[in-house]
Every structure is written in structure tokens, then in C-alpha cells.
Design a protein. Structure first.
Length: 617
């Protein structure tokens, strides 16, 4: 343990959704990642900012970390390794005071002393459209809802403002009521409820749909309130003030939840909570970060990352908590040992497969930059890949030789490629809002580009009979076309609240699954009508089992979820083992195995559970 976390004030703290990783920003111009269980640094400090770091934010999985600095830049990092993700994001005129990430980390919002809010794509580092303006004076805080479709800001002018991130247009009128500066904002999952805190010492709750105040202001802090935090479910609200305390509230009743949390000896600058609200972190001018764990509806102090008063380390439940932590660490170690064994078997299998390939076939040359999408033709005679160089490349996977010239996609990034089931067509989804079709044998375009209207197209899939092509877009819609004629099939499928990440057809073609920011939705692709209610879960991608009786989702919370697509009901408990977000799932051809690949660098394989009796004919 260190006496001072950052050699002075700690301006900001952030927690991953699971609470395993904690990040701090400080007076010394560094960002530090911590293991929240042990209180030890997770890596060396992240350096690069010139001057104070005012704010940090983490994605739900903790994989993406953003920081805001005195130097006017926003910087992105890999939370686990400390490696920088791309170049600093520049554009603000003056210091950047606050940053926020949506749940999956694809969007970062920043607020500056220049009175603007800016939205950035974390994958490309590009600014989303134009800066959001309207505040008169500095913007002290910014918050995104889980999907990233709504952004809120707190201003020096005493107002809270909301914007639709897809259009950049204001969402309703400015929220007014605070006397003086508004210092902090936070939102529950999809942003239906917003909390704001200000120099007037009050915390206010707002209905973002109507702009109306939710009951009366919450009072109790002595002096200005500078930070607020909601866990995504909104079960509790945490606030931090210059009165050296952290306070918890029941947002439904507006009543305090327990006694104020004390221990800091100076202003508390920042609070953060885990997804389930069981762990809270606070940081302050006394140079310490303190962790608090909820037990039986009370919130005792756990320990500080930097020693404070003696009583902060002497809670009578500390020994029990340490024992619980050690037992948990042992169970994790046992699971990791099993994972290492499984990984060794998988590695041996992959090595054996590679040994059967001609050495001259690897690697395949031609593609410039990162490859973001690959697909084999149904007969395995062609491999298509696309990426940052705006072209789709084709190779003979046996010889490794290019097949014809690259297929040009209008000099924009290609996000997804797919072959039709008969191999006659190749579809590519692009940054330019189009899907383009080619004859992969001749390299000739097939008809005109299919226009998705607005925003990038991120995923394409053919129906099993090849009669339909589905495309998922940044405009929150799924569109269907007849690939032979290029004509739209029905109306766009709407319901998702932000970018649709992925689409997949069931093996019999009777269902289409689409993956949004917070839900998975099922559709009848013939009628374009929803099939049942949305399936709840923040997932990256989905896969149907070969018999179509199970749907698997790769969760950003590190779990794989299974559903019965016929009924929409969860199928058993989520599959666990991954420590970070799961990126992809796949069933074996016979449906007996389910594999998942995750950001923790591992692939895990499970025996696929049998379908429920309800789904059997």
C-alpha cells in the first residue's frame, strides 16, 4: 500500500462492471489501474498526459479506459496492459474536464472548459459529427446511457442538457432548477432516470422523457456536491461532497440509505459503483481511494488503497471479508488451472490442423491494415477478407494466391463480408452506409449498391436459402433485401435504441436474430414482424445451434447466455469462466460443443446443453 495514490489529490475514480478492476486519475498526471480485491496496482502507471488528469471512465468489461486531461486531450487505453489505443483525441480548446464511456466502450463522450461536448468513436478515434453546443461556460460533467444513444451534460450555467447521439440534436429542453453550477450527472441503464448534483448542495432526479423533476431535491450534504454515481440498475444512488462524506440514497423514495460514509479527511471528488451496487469506490483531496462493500443493506468501510485514519482499516468484518476473498481467489485459481489445461488441448488441436496446411499458404499477403472480417465460400475454395484498406480481397486458401483483383468498396472501411449459400454472391458492408454485392468468381459488381440510408453497416448475413440478405446498421435498424433484384424486402426492422452489432439467421431461415446495445431481438424475416419479446442482455454476437433449438449470446459481462428461440426463455444459467467480455460464440457442426472467445485471451469450450422439453416437437 502507498501513502499517497497519486502524490496528491485523486480527481477521479472508475470501476469495471464486475468490480475487479479500478482506475484512478490524479494530480501527478497519471492514470493508475488497480486490482480492487488486493488493493495493489494492476500495472505500471499510464503516462502521456501533460498536466493533471481530471477524469477517468471504463467500459463495463473494463477493457477500454478513457482519460481526460489538463492538456486538452482525451486518451484511450487498454485497462489491463496500459497500452495506448490510437492517438490522443484532440479538438477541445482548453482542458477536458470529464469523460464517459458507454457499456461496450465503442463511444466516448468528453466535456470541456470550452463549453462543448464531443462524441468519439473509440475504434477509429474519429469525432462523431460536430461538437454539441448550448452551454454558456464550462461543461463540468458528462454521462452516457448504456447503449450510447443519449448523452447528458452538466454546466457552469446551472443547466443539465440532453442530446440524441445519433443526430446530435437536443433531447428536450434544458433541465433547470439548480442554483449555481451543476457539477455532476449520471444516468441509469437506458437513461430513463438522470441524477444531477451542484454547488447548491442538492441532488436532483429527473425523468429524461418528460424533463420533469422526480419528486423533491435530495438534501443532506453540507456544501457543494461534486460527484454522483448510479449502478446500471438504479437500485442505489451514491453522491460525494466537499463535506468529506459519501452518501447513499434510495432513488425511488429519495430517502438516505444508511448513515453517511466517513473516513476521508478532505473533499471527496469522485464516486463509482459496480454493476450490482455491492462495491463503491471514492476518491478525494486527501490522496486516498477508499472501497466500501454493501452487506445486508448496510455499507461498512472495507479498506483504503492508501492508508487513512486507523479506524478505516479496523472494521470488525474485515477478517471475514479477507477470508471470503482468499477462498474466492482459491476457486478462481482452480478454474484457471482447468482453463490452462483446456487451452493446452485446444492449442494442440490447432497446431495439428496447421500442420496439415501447406506452409506457403500462410500468411496471405495483400491486405493493408487490420483485417476486421473474414469468410469462407461454402465450398471452401475461396477466402474473403476485408478491413481498413477499403477493399475486399479474395484468395485460394490452399495455394495462398490472390484470386483476381481486390474488390473496391469506394475507399471506405468494410466491416463485414458474407457469401451466399450457393457461393454465387459475396456481400460486403461498408462505412459508407451501403452493402455491395459481387460475383466472387469474376469480381464483377452484382447490381447497384444497397443503400442503408444512414450510418455504417456493420454486419451482413444471407438466409439459408439465399433469397434474403440482412444488414445491421449504426442507424439502429435491420434491413432486408432480395439479393438477386436488389429490392428491399418489407420495411426496416426497428426497435433497437442504438447501433445493431450483428445479425444471424436460424438454420431453417424462419428466424432472424439481431444484436443491439442492450437486447437481442428475434424476427420473422418473411413478415418482418417481431418474434416474441426482446431477449435481455448486453451481448456482442449470437449464434444458433445447428438444429435451431438454442441461441447463444456472447456477453460483455464475461458470460455466455443461452435462450430457447422458440419461447424466448433463458435456457439454464449463464455459462461462466471468462474474466472479461466474450466477443464471439460458435456451435460445433453436430451441436454437441459450444465455444466462446473472449477479451481475456482464452477460448472456452462447453458441452452444449440439450434443448428444453418445451422446444421439442
Amino acid at each position: 500500500m502507498q501513502h499517497n495514490v497519486h502524490g496528491g489529490r485523486v480527481w477521479s475514480v472508475a470501476l469495471s462492471g464486475s468490480g475487479r478492476l479500478l482506475a484512478t486519475a490524479g494530480e501527478d498526471g497519471t492514470v493508475q489501474a488497480w486490482d480492487a480485491a488486493t488493493g495493489k496496482p494492476h500495472s505500471e502507471p499510464f503516462t502521456g498526459h501533460n498536466g493533471r488528469v481530471w477524469s477517468v471512465a471504463m467500459s463495463f468489461s473494463g477493457g477500454v479506459l478513457a482519460s481526460a486531461g489538463e492538456d486538452g486531450t482525451v486518451r484511450l487505453w487498454n485497462s489491463y496492459t496500459g497500452e495506448r489505443r490510437g492517438r490522443p483525441l484532440s479538438g477541445h480548446n482548453g482542458r477536458v474536464l470529464s469523460v464517459a464511456l458507454n457499456a461496450d466502450g465503442h463511444m466516448v463522450a468528453s466535456a470541456g472548459r470550452d463549453g462543448t461536448v464531443r462524441l468519439w468513436d473509440t475504434a477509429t478515434g474519429k469525432l462523431h459529427d460536430r461538437p454539441l453546443t448550448g452551454h454558456d461556460g464550462p461543461v463540468w460533467s458528462v454521462a452516457l446511457n448504456v447503449s450510447g444513444s443519449l448523452v447528458a451534460s452538466a454546466g457552469h450555467d446551472g443547466t443539465v442538457r440532453l442530446w440524441n447521439t445519433a443526430t446530435g440534436e437536443p433531447h428536450g429542453q434544458p433541465l433547470t432548477g439548480h442554483i449555481g453550477r451543476v457539477r455532476a450527472v449520471a444516468m441509469v441503464r437506458e437513461g430513463s432516470l438522470l441524477a444531477s448534483a451542484g454547488d447548491d448542495g442538492t441532488v436532483r432526479l429527473w425523468d429524461t422523457a418528460t424533463g420533469k423533476l422526480h419528486d423533491r431535491p435530495l438534501t443532506g450534504h453540507s456544501g457543494r456536491v461534486v460527484s454522483v454515481a448510479f449502478p446500471p440498475g438504479g437500485r442505489l444512488l451514491a453522491t460525494a461532497g466537499v463535506d468529506h462524506t459519501v452518501r447513499l440514497w434510495d432513488p425511488d423514495t429519495g430517502q438516505p440509505h444508511g448513515e453517511p460514509l466517513t473516513g476521508h479527511t478532505d473533499h471527496v471528488r469522485s464516486v463509482a459503483m459496480t454493476d450490482n451496487g455491492d462495491l463503491l469506490a471514492s476518491a478525494g483531496d486527501d490522496g486516498t481511494v477508499r472501497l466500501w462493500r454493501q452487506e445486508n443493506d448496510a455499507v461498512p468501510g472495507l479498506e483504503a488503497l492508501a492508508p487513512g485514519p486507523e479506524q478505516s482499516l479496523a472494521h470488525p468484518g474485515l477478517a471475514a471479508l479477507r477470508k471470503e476473498r482468499d477462498e474466492l481467489a482459491h476457486r478462481v485459481a482452480v478454474q484457471d488451472a482447468a482453463a490452462v489445461s483446456a487451452a493446452a488441448r485446444i492449442e494442440a488441436l490447432v497446431s495439428a490442423l496447421y500442420a496439415r496446411l501447406p506452409l506457403e499458404g500462410l500468411p496471405l499477403a495483400g491486405l493493408a491494415g487490420r483485417a476486421v472480417a473474414v469468410a469462407f465460400s461454402p465450398d471452401g475454395r475461396l477466402l474473403a477478407a476485408a478491413g481498413e484498406d477499403s477493399a475486399v480481397w479474395l484468395w485460394d486458401p490452399v495455394t495462398g494466391q490472390p484470386h483476381g483483383k481486390p474488390l473496391n468498396h469506394r475507399r471506405v472501411r468494410v466491416w463485414s463480408v458474407a457469401f451466399s449459400p450457393d457461393g454465387r454472391l459475396l456481400a460486403a458492408a461498408g462505412e459508407d452506409s451501403t452493402v455491395r454485392l459481387w460475383d466472387p468468381v469474376t469480381g464483377q459488381p452484382h447490381g447497384k449498391p444497397l443503400n442503408h440510408r444512414k450510418g455504417r453497416v456493420v454486419s451482413v448475413a444471407f438466409s439459408p436459402d439465399g433469397r434474403l440478405l440482412a444488414a445491421a446498421g449504426q442507424d439502429s435498424t435491420v434491413r432486408l433485401w432480395d439479393p438477386d433484384t436488389g429490392q428491399p424486402h418489407g420495411k426496416p426492422l426497428t426497435g433497437h435504441t442504438y447501433v445493431v452489432r450483428s445479425v444471424a439467421f436460424s438454420p431453417d431461415g424462419r428466424l432472424l436474430a439481431s444484436v443491439g446495445s442492450t437486447t437481442v431481438r428475434l424476427w420473422d424475416p418473411v413478415t418482418c414482424q417481431p418474434h416474441g419479446e426482446p431477449l435481455s442482455g448486453v451481448v456482442e454476437s449470437v449464434a444458433f445451434s445447428p438444429d435451431g433449438r438454442l441461441l447463444a449470446g456472447a456477453g460483455i459481462d464475461g458470460m455466455v447466455r443461452l435462450w430457447d428461440p422458440a419461447t424466448g426463455r433463458p435456457h439454464g444459467e449463464p455459462l461462466t469462466g471468462h474474466s472479461y467480455n466474450v466477443l464471439s460464440v460458435a456451435f460445433s457442426p453436430d451441436g454437441r460443443l459450444l465455444a466462446a472467445g473472449a477479451a481475456d485471451g482464452t477460448v472456452r469450450v462447453w458441452s452444449s446443453p440439450p434443448p428444453s422439453q418445451d422446444s421439442l416437437p
